[in-house]
Design a protein around this ligand. Structure first.
Ligand code: Z15
Length: 835
């Protein structure tokens, strides 16, 4: 036997061809070995879970040498890398995606088939990691996949929550939350790196020390330390050798908590405090776009940011003996304000630990950092009470005050004696209690600030931060969101993928702009029939899920009209619901009315404390109950609320949709990304001119998009001149009738006043202007109906959508970030290169 001299990748791989080989025999052998050695089972006693674990390990084995080689290559070539800091990474299941990106999906299918197993079933054994709330977390996951596919060096940094977004159940129409214990079956994809653990300080006080040479240094003392343990997940590029790292931090009590104890009480307190410090990474906050000012949340943010910055600095110092070149080596991107404290933490490390002068440290920090804003909603803008901040992070607060002092001096020089402007710009909000404005900190500490769609970026400049835009107009830019076509087309819609590849070859999965080639087949009757057949098959797959959960199978000839996204008033699920009620009333009044049958499908979670959103869920379910059982309606309208909408359910729902509901009040949805996924899967959009809808419509053509509603500037104008919903209610008999029906208790006979808060809000305030948009929405939906009756016309529009959706690949987005913000160049991985 040849001894392993130095364990190089090439050597190990040579000696373990069965572990990394790509033949069906290699893979089968590998799975059997893992069943045996990893699960302690043979094939006869193996459960589906065992098989899932075994094949996942076999798949992971095939990533390891690519992973190591990627790290070595980046190190050796001193490649600049991006560190994407995000409190959320909504990555979804890994097995199918890794098999596809490795190019062995079909091989795995056949290998299992040989043993009488079905890959599709085995894939269902994987629990869906829900380490995010919605769009923002899913965007981070798409970005990680695109970065690897485009061969850019990238690290994702976040939190390894023990409990992800709650599991949603619907009980008697109400949302009920259950803890998401996603690690209960183990996680074959993560690798702990105990040796890279980091200590993070909290509480304590700051001591100034004056040295003999007259210089002063600051010392954060008497702190409580929590240990961050990194868990790494490999992120593989599409059919290449790049494997990047998603590094998630888990909180562990430091040794201090294991001190010797003198009595029972001390012992109990010690154990309690240990649990308390480990609670930092316990659970994801389930609020999407509403900031919860809880101390534990601030702890989470500082915890993962401090770990990540320490990790970045450690790695840099391993390669270089200076930090002067830090911005040439790393780009730090802040995914919203959740990691904005990184600006102050990097300053603290550079100044307190690396003894770099303030001016130099500031220059490095700004050059390294970029900030992405994802929302204009005032309730989402994070602010921390200064007293809380000071207790928890006294040294960080000091640094923020110094950043602010110097910043306001700069403002003063530019606009002398403009105190009002200083008050508006200050990182510290004045008031009965002062607050730290995290968005201000992020803008001041970054060289780039971007929004996530054209309209949104425009509104960031003109509405959200006009004073900052005045000060540094060049700092502001747009990066329209995108989604990865590998998960959101190749993986979730294999039949459509195959139909595309057959006609235009497989380049589209790497370069989605190649989809334009399919436009040549627009009038090809065979292709058009195939597109319809594929949609029908995907509807069938979705219908089976509905049947298994709701006990009836929707009519496959009905329009599958889908709105899946977080429940939020600005997203206006209620407008959709009002349309359903109006349609119902129309049909009751005029039973012969000849309208296309529809299946309305909803899905989405409400933040547990968001009472109005939870009431909307109940309303949708109560409306479903009445309409679904009304014999007069027969099967012309069905309404379904699918519980526990998550990434894996999205992969079934989206390909089965005919209509994509993107109906937020204009100016409120920063971008939206579901809108892109639906269009990519052959659904037509009913939408407002909001977020990326505007750009989608521009790309696919106005005639292939069902537009309605006020524009953002009209919304603003109307708000400014005193909006009164009654003006619209009086003029719309349909709307009035629908509201009256809800108010009458028709949908809630067991509690007739249940929906009074919903009706009152609409009649008195209507914050999101449903009433103003209702009639136009109804009109757009009528057009949908007319259009659906003409399948050829409908199919034309579907193909126009598909062929023109290329812009919305996250590959395009990432290329723009790399060129315009991060200054990254690709660094391909050559497995034969040895260093
Ligand atoms: C979130 O999911 C989004 C914005 C936020 O500020 C928070 Cl806290 C969560 C969403 C936007 O609502 C959505 O429009 C956008 O497409 C997505 O971020 C990704 O940018």
């Amino acid at each position: 036997r040849r001894p392993m001299a130095d364990g190089t990748i090439q050597e190990v791989v040579q000696n373990h061809s069965s572990r990394v080989g790509m033949t069906p025999e290699d893979l089968e052998q590998s799975v059997l070995e893992h069943l045996f050695y990893t699960c302690g089972k043979d094939l006869r006693s193996a459960t589906p879970l065992d098989v899932y674990r075994a094949i996942s390990h076999a798949t992971r084995d095939r990533l390891v040498h690519r992973w190591l080689q990627s790290k070595r290559t980046y190190f050796h070539h001193e490649a600049k890398r991006v560190c994407y800091l995000s409190a959320e990474f909504l990555i979804g299941r890994a097995l199918a995606q890794n098999l596809l990106n490795l190019g062995i999906y079909h091989l795995a299918e056949t290998s299992l088939d040989h043993r009488g197993l079905t890959l599709k079933d085995i894939l269902e054994e994987e629990l869906d990691p829900g380490l995010g709330n919605g769009g923002l977390g899913r965007l981070a996951a798409c970005f990680m996949e695109s970065l690897a596919t485009l061969q850019y060096p990238a690290y994702g940094y976040g939190i390894r929550y023990e409990f992800g977004i709650f599991d949603q159940e619907i009980a008697n129409g109400w949302q009920v939350e259950r803890g998401d214990d996603w690690l209960r079956r183990g996680n074959p994809w993560e690798v702990p790196r105990h040796e890279l653990s980091v200590g993070v300080n909290f509480y304590g006080r700051v001591e100034a020390r004056v040295h003999v040479d007259g210089t002063k240094s600051m010392h954060w003392v008497d702190t409580q330390t929590v240990i961050g343990v990194p868990y790494d997940t490999p992120i593989l590029g599409y059919q290449n050798n790049t494997v990047n790292t998603l590094r998630l931090w888990s909180a562990k009590a430091s040794k201090e908590f294991n001190f010797s104890v003198f009595n029972d009480g001390d012992y109990r307190r010690a154990v309690e405090e240990k649990a308390l410090s480990e609670s930092i990474s316990k659970v994801l906050y389930p609020n999407d776009e509403s900031a919860e000012g809880k101390e534990l949340r601030l702890k989470q943010q500082y915890f993962f940011v401090a770990c990540s910055i320490a990790d970045i600095i450690r790695r840099h110092k391993k390669r270089f003996d200076t930090l002067d070149n830090l911005p040439d080596q790393i780009a730090i991107q802040l995914n919203d304000t959740h990691p904005a404290i990184a600006v102050a933490e990097l300053m603290r490390v550079l100044i307190d630990e690396e003894s770099i002068a303030w001016e130099k440290a500031w220059e490095l920090t700004k050059a390294a950092t970029g900030f992405t804003n994802h929302t204009l909603l005032p309730e989402a803008l994070e602010k921390w009470p200064v007293p809380m901040f000071e207790r928890l992070l006294p040294r960080i607060l000091q640094i923020i005050y110094e950043i602010n002092r110097r910043f306001l001096l700069e403002v003063h020089v530019k606009w002398p004696n403009d105190d009002e402007r200083k008050r508006r710009l200050s990182i510290i909000e004045e008031g009965p209690v002062k607050h730290v404005r995290m968005a201000h900190l992020a803008v001041v500490g970054s060289h780039s600030v971007n929004g996530v769609a054209e309209l949104h970026s425009e509104l960031v400049c003109t509405q959200l931060m006009p004073d900052f835009h005045d000060m540094w107009p060049q700092r502001f830019n747009n990066k329209t969101n995108g989604v990865t076509p590998r998960r959101w087309l190749l993986q979730c819609n294999p039949d459509l993928s195959e139909a595309l590849t057959e006609r235009i070859s497989d380049g589209w999965a790497r370069d989605l702009s190649e989809l334009t080639k399919i436009l040549e087949y627009k009038d090809d009757t065979e292709f058009r029939a195939e597109v319809r057949a594929i949609k029908r098959k995907n509807k069938e797959r979705l219908a089976k899920v509905i049947e298994s959960r709701h006990g009836f199978k929707p009519n496959l000839d009905s329009i599958f009209d889908v709105q899946v996204k977080r429940l939020h008033e600005y997203k206006r699920q209620l407008l959709n619901c009002l349309h359903i009620i109006a349609l119902y009333q129309d049909m009751k009044e005029n039973p012969e009315s000849d309208r296309a049958p529809r299946t309305f499908i909803f899905g989405g979670k409400a933040a547990p404390g968001y009472m109005m959103a939870k009431l909307h869920i109940k309303l949708i379910n109560d409306v479903a109950d009445i309409i679904n059982h009304d014999p007069a309606i027969r099967d012309r309208i069905k309404v379904v609320f699918l519980s526990n909408y998550n990434v894996s359910l999205a992969e079934i729902i989206i390909p089965g949709a005919d209509i994509s509901e993107q109906i937020s009040m204009a100016g409120k949805e920063a971008s939206g990304t579901g809108n892109m996924k639906f269009a990519m899967n052959g659904a037509l959009t009913v939408g407002t001119l909001d977020g990326a809808n505007i750009e989608i419509r521009e790309e696919v053509g106005a005639e292939n998009f069902f537009l309605f509603g006020l524009k953002a500037d009209e919304v603003r104008g109307l708000k400014g001149s005193g909006y009164n919903p009654n003006h619209y209610i009086e003029r719309s008999p349909r709307l009035r009738r629908a509201l009256d029906l809800i108010a009458s208790g028709f949908f809630s006979p067991d509690d007739p006043s249940r929906f009074q808060p919903v009706v009152n809000e609409l009649r008195n305030l209507d914050t999101y202007m449903l009433c103003a948009d209702f009639d136009d929405y109804f009109r757009a939906q009528f057009e949908v109906d007319q259009c659906y009756r003409d399948p050829e016309n409908w199919t034309s529009k579907v193909i126009e959508n598909l062929g023109n959706i290329g812009k919305f690949s996250s590959d395009r987005t990432i290329e723009q970030y790399c060129k315009e913000i991060w200054n990254l160049t690709p660094c391909p991985i050559d497995l034969t290169e040895s260093f």
